[in-house]
Design a protein around this ligand. Structure first.
Ligand code: ADP
Length: 475
């Protein structure tokens, strides 16, 4: 089986969020199962010299895009047994960061089309091309419009993976012909409610649409979650499914994480305590055995920060401490600074992005709060479980699929959950967790359940392989 992943980001080369984590991990999990999985990325100027020095130039082509004819260079390198390709064009990608430019639609349309132009030079005609999110969602439409009758392309199947439906690549519809260079008959595929909508084009043109958790695949059929695309998805739900992401268990491994005060595993749990003490000392919180609740998050309304502020006084009245690490909307950043000044001995909010501090929080807190309004998959709750911090989550998307509510009768489960997007329901879940925490033997069971859970990519990779097999057998 040959699979080409096309994405706007991938760890370890360049990453801004969950998409980069998935594209960084899934192909190498597939390669372990003997799938020939390769990845194509834009060659952004922010990709470090360390990687660039190992890249080999393969050649160039011209990519016709509307009235333009743009140069594209192809570089390649192998990393972790996966072959990576990088598409070079300084006009589009010699910029700081990845996104946020006025011509993002054109930049990623160029990238998507260039990938198809390059298959002969790669000498790689995949069975499956898996595109990811709006940036690469036009590729299946280009494939249908210009490449289907070309030898080698006839039987390629396409999968669109949606990591977050909020972002759709909506631009002026005049771009469909003038900028994307798509023919008239493709207009209706890309146009939606008066705009050019790149994600919608991907939903229409690909053979399969996969979201990053089964619950999210159901939720986006509902207008509340679908950001305007529920009707399109409802009509195409026969090709929609969800596969829960895994996490990179080598990268997120408390036994080997160099940032921790003390390494530990499920078998050496008493060693974990040094991380709690270390965190408290570092942040100037009193060193005591009260439960610490952690949060590591983008500060946006998606992540349920409003619920935290709605009952912050009630939470702070509990016998707990709380540590939050995050960056984002200024109104939330201000609110966190206020909590810092109201509750200096109980609350510590740090407005920063720091992978090292994130590890220390995962390892040093007892509970991890994630009350998201919606959550396509979510990695943080899985990382928290791996590090022994028990998730308190809202039952939505991947949070619902990855956290099993603790059942005190059966002693099963690995977290605490609540259903509705309501601050008092969240408070109730926190109270339940705190109560179990003070029963040491019971808490040890919850921690053991969480830390021993298999969250590796193995299971997800197998589920993706099943889909590849189904699509290819339809030829
Ligand atoms: P999303 O991709 O929606 O932001 P996820 O839970 O899927 O949420 O992934 C978030 C990832 O980013 C996790 O690995 C988390 O630890 C990390 N992260 C989020 N905010 C910060 C921060 N301020 N500092 C360090 N890491 C962060």
């Amino acid at each position: 089986m040959k699979v080409l992943f096309v994405a706007a980001e991938s760890a370890p080369f360049i990453r801004t969020g969950g998409l980069g984590d998935v594209v960084g991990a899934l192909p190498s999990a597939l390669v372990k199962n003997k799938v020939d999985a390769r990845v194509v990325l834009p060659l952004y100027s922010d990709i470090s010299e360390t990687y660039r020095d190992n890249m080999i130039f393969m050649g160039s082509v011209n990519v016709p895009l509307g009235w333009r004819n743009q140069y594209a260079g192809l570089f390649t390198m192998e990393y972790n047994k996966v072959i990576y390709y990088f598409i070079d064009n300084e006009y589009y990608f010699k910029k700081k960061g990845l996104y946020g430019y006025f011509d993002d639609g054109e930049r990623f349309a160029f990238f998507s089309k260039a990938v198809l132009e390059f298959l002969p030079l790669m000498d790689f005609y995949p069975n499956i091309i898996q595109v990811n999110d709006w940036q690469t969602a036009l590729l299946p439409t280009y494939l249908d419009a210009y490449f289907r009758s070309v030898e080698g392309y006839e039987n390629i199947k396409t999968i669109l993976a949606i990591h977050n439906i909020e972002f759709q690549g909506k631009i002026d519809k005049y771009c469909i012909h003038n900028v994307f260079g798509l023919p008239r008959e493709m207009y209706n595929v890309v146009e939606y409610k008066g705009d050019a909508n790149m994600l919608k084009a991907g939903i229409e043109s690909s053979n399969k649409v996969v979201t990053v958790s089964p619950t999210y695949a159901q939720e986006i059929l509902n207008p509340y979650f679908a950001y305007g695309l529920s009707e399109i998805l409802e009509a195409r739900k026969y090709k929609l499914c969800g596969i829960l992401n895994g996490i990179d268990t080598d990268l997120y491994n408390p036994l080997q994480d160099k940032s921790l005060f003390q390494s530990f595993s499920a078998k050496s749990l008493p060693r974990r305590k040094k991380n709690k003490k270390g965190l408290q000392a570092m942040l100037g919180l009193p060193e005591c055995d009260k439960p610490i609740i952690g949060m590591i998050t983008r500060l946006t309304s998606q992540k349920g920060i409003d619920l935290l502020f709605a009952v912050s006084r009630e939470i702070m009245d509990l016998d707990i401490q709380m540590v939050l690490l995050g960056t984002g909307d200024w109104k939330y950043e201000n609110g966190i600074n206020e909590l810092n000044s109201y509750y200096p001995t109980k609350f510590r909010g740090i407005i920063n992005f720091s992978a090292g501090l994130a590890s220390q929080i995962y390892a040093g807190t007892d509970m991890f709060l994630m009350p998201s309004k919606f959550e396509p998959c979510g990695l943080s709750q899985m990382i928290a479980m791996r590090y022994g911090s028990i998730p308190i989550v809202r039952e939505t998307g991947g949070l619902k699929d990855s956290v099993i509510p603790y059942n005190p009768e059966e002693k099963t489960g690995d977290g605490f959950t609540f259903k509705t997007y309501n601050a008092y329901d969240m408070l109730d879940a926190i109270k339940r967790a705190v109560e179990v925490y003070f029963n040491k033997s019971e808490w040890a069971i919850v921690v053991s359940n969480a830390m021993n859970k298999d969250m590796s990519w193995k299971k997800s990779a197998e589920a993706y392989e099943n889909i590849y097999d189904q699509l290819v057998s339809k030829n």
